[in-house]
Design a protein around this ligand. Structure first.
Ligand SMILES: C[S@@+](CC[C@H](N)C(=O)[O-])C[C@H]1O[C@@H](n2cnc3c(N)ncnc32)[C@H](O)[C@@H]1O
Length: 261
């Protein structure tokens, strides 16, 4: 099993179904994500004219499709993602766009050492990373003004692993009987962590003591648009009692808006 930073490579590196959803979105063949629209609204409220945006964990840059329609200002969009298949597809989709740039890179080691970005965004990524101090530090270092995270936040933290097997996930060879090794650890997994607000706040404050942090609950979605039946995704999001739910998991999503001072 290939792992880096204690994340399994196998899942995203081979998951073409997931990639294709993002390609279709980037090409405008699937509707914009509700979260991408919410990001555009947040960015539109920021009083900066010419923006540089870095999207950490960009897949094929599908947020840029939404931004190109909804952002009311001039901007450049740079996307990084650890997986070559994502970045190769992104470069292909956006080859005729003059304000986009893509690079392979991990949140834990962002490949731009000198360049700063007005806004760094990181949506639905931290939940999959088991150690979040390093990526938050890296992102803060590349941020000129704002770092905007979107991630599940609660009053308690939860460490959650989805354990994959070949019966329902065609991109692994691990059979159900071998899901856990002899130490009781999952062989192929993906983290779906929830972080406590106290922990997140303490990490950010330690790294950037003067920054202003706002937690904004993500209520910016339409139930109808989220429950899109045409999408081929592993854990489709449903809305139950107003909460976003993926398979067994309630996802208490927040935007964490960090303004550097
Ligand atoms: C759930 S998708 C989110 C994609 C997009 N940001 C969105 O919100 O629709 C998670 C993305 O993060 C990427 N990713 C996973 N681990 C990462 C890491 N350590 N650093 C940067 N990106 C990562 C994955 O390849 C994938 O593109």
């Amino acid at each position: 099993m290939k792992k880096k930073y204690n994340q399994c490579f196998d899942i995203s590196e081979r998951n073409k179904d997931y990639l294709n959803v993002s390609i279709k979105r980037s090409k405008g063949k699937l509707p914009d994500m509700e979260v991408a629209k919410a990001y555009a609204n947040i960015i539109n409220k920021i009083k900066l004219k010419n923006l540089s945006i870095l999207d950490v964990g960009c897949l094929t840059g599908h947020f840029n499709k939404t931004f190109s329609k909804l952002l009311k200002k001039k901007y450049t969009y740079t996307g990084i993602d650890p997986w070559k298949i994502h970045i190769n597809a992104a470069k292909k989709v956006w080859k005729n766009s003059s304000n986009t740039n893509f690079k392979i890179g991990w949140a834990q080691n962002i490949p731009f050492k000198k360049e700063l970005f007005d806004i760094v965004i990181c949506s639905n990524v931290l939940t999959h990373i088991p150690e979040i101090k390093k990526p938050i530090n890296e992102m803060l270092k590349r941020t000129k003004k704002y770092l905007i995270l979107r991630t599940p936040v609660h009053d308690k933290s939860y460490r959650i692993q989805m354990v994959l097997n070949s019966k329902w996930f065609k991109y692994t060879k691990v059979k159900p009987k071998d899901e856990f090794n002899s130490h009781g650890e999952p062989r192929v997994y993906e983290y779906y962590d929830v972080h406590s607000r106290d922990y997140l706040e303490s990490v950010i404050k330690k790294l950037s003591p003067k920054s202003k942090i706002s937690f904004v609950k993500d209520i910016f979605f339409s139930k109808k648009n989220i429950q899109n039946k045409n999408e081929k995704k592993l854990n489709k999001t449903m809305i139950i009692n107003g909460q976003q739910v993926a398979d067994l998991l309630i996802l208490p999503h927040y935007f964490v808006i960090i303004e550097k001072k």
